[in-house]
Ligand binder design. Structure first.
Ligand SMILES: [Zn+2]
Ligand SMILES: [Zn+2]
Length: 322
């Protein structure tokens, strides 16, 4: 299995236009960017997970073939508004060589997709409904959706378990998408080979009204589900308060309820601003709190290749633009 992280950022991408917070300033100085979270799984077929408004730029930057399967996790714009741009694959073929792309989403998510992109159904995309707990039909890979809770504005929110058959047994990837908790905690989420999990903030906010996952909360899921190979953090935002930052009053910034602290000194960990700082603080926390690793902070364009016979570690770059 190969994963290409096309985008790794939150709903508004980073750095954000007109924002001079400590995170956006640091990222701009380093030339870092996080576009809307989306990734491609290659495992005998190409599976595109979410298709946000940055998909055209992501296809150009990281190279993407025509996907065989598209999984949409929920009905928020950052996860499906790029579907129109997949017309590039159709337009560059003679009409009789095209078959619509199967798009899987829950029934509530399809309601939103059909309002916006009803004109694409039947020509560019084909409607397939994902039902929690029921393996998808029509895919070569075994894919099982599971219910996640991401607040009342995303009633159709799902995660996906993707299982690739290999000569040495199944290779299992679990992706949570945006969530604040998982309903019913299905057995199938335990001991995946790879876990891809949201990490919207470092610290759990006082009020988690957007219903996202912080690393502070995610580390408990990593411990519980115990991935065998590695964990990847995605959907990273600039929403943490950073002590002393003049932009802490911005709407997107949230105060921590009780920031993660070094157990030895009691000092809160520094809030990371860029990729390198994120990886450093995650490594420290995993060491201090005995979170099974490695836990990898993704960046746009990161590729991870997994070989059952030879566990391969992803290439890491501290500054993706250099
Ligand atoms: Zn999102
Ligand atoms: Zn969302």
């Amino acid at each position: 299995m190969e994963i290409v992280f096309l985008g790794t950022g939150a709903a508004w991408s980073l750095p954000e236009y007109s924002c001079n917070c400590a995170t956006c300033t640091k990222m701009r100085a380093l030339g870092e960017e996080r576009t809307r979270t989306s990734f491609l799984i290659r495992c005998g077929e190409s599976i595109l997970v979410d298709c946000g408004p940055d998909i055209r730029q992501q296809m150009w930057n990281h190279g993407m073939e025509r996907p065989d399967v598209i999984l949409i996790t929920h009905e928020h714009g950052d996860h499906y508004l790029g579907l129109d741009d997949l017309l590039a694959f159709r337009r560059s073929l003679p009409e009789d060589e095209w078959t619509p792309l199967p798009v899987y989403a829950s029934e509530p998510a399809w309601k939103a997709i059909e309002i916006r992109f009803g004109y694409l159904v039947g020509s560019l995309i084909e409607k397939r409904v994902s039902v929690p707990g029921v393996p998808l039909e029509g895919t070569r890979t075994r894919i099982i959706p599971f219910k996640t809770f991401h607040g009342p504005t995303a009633a159709g929110s799902l995660g996906y378990v993707v299982e690739e058959k290999t000569p040495n047994g199944n290779f299992k990837l679990v992706y949570t998408s945006d969530f604040v908790r998982v309903e019913d905690d299905p057995e199938i989420l335990y001991e995946p080979d790879v876990l891809v999990i949201q990490s919207h903030w470092l610290n759990e906010p006082e009020v988690n009204r957007p219903h996202h996952m912080s690393f502070q909360a995610a580390k408990e899921y990593i411990r519980k589900w115990a991935p065998k190979h590695s964990t990847y953090l995605v959907h990273i935002s600039d929403g943490d308060h950073i002590p002393g930052d003049s932009c802490n009053h911005f709407l997107k910034k949230t105060k921590p309820v009780s920031p993660l602290a070094d157990p030895a000194s009691g000092e809160p960990y520094p809030v990371p601003r860029c990729l390198c700082e994120w990886q450093e603080v995650v490594d420290r926390i995993c060491r201090d709190y005995r979170v099974p690793g490695p836990v990898v902070v993704t960046h746009d364009g990161m590729r991870a290749v997994f070989d059952r016979n030879r566990p391969a570690h992803p290439r890491r770059r501290t500054n993706p633009k250099r």
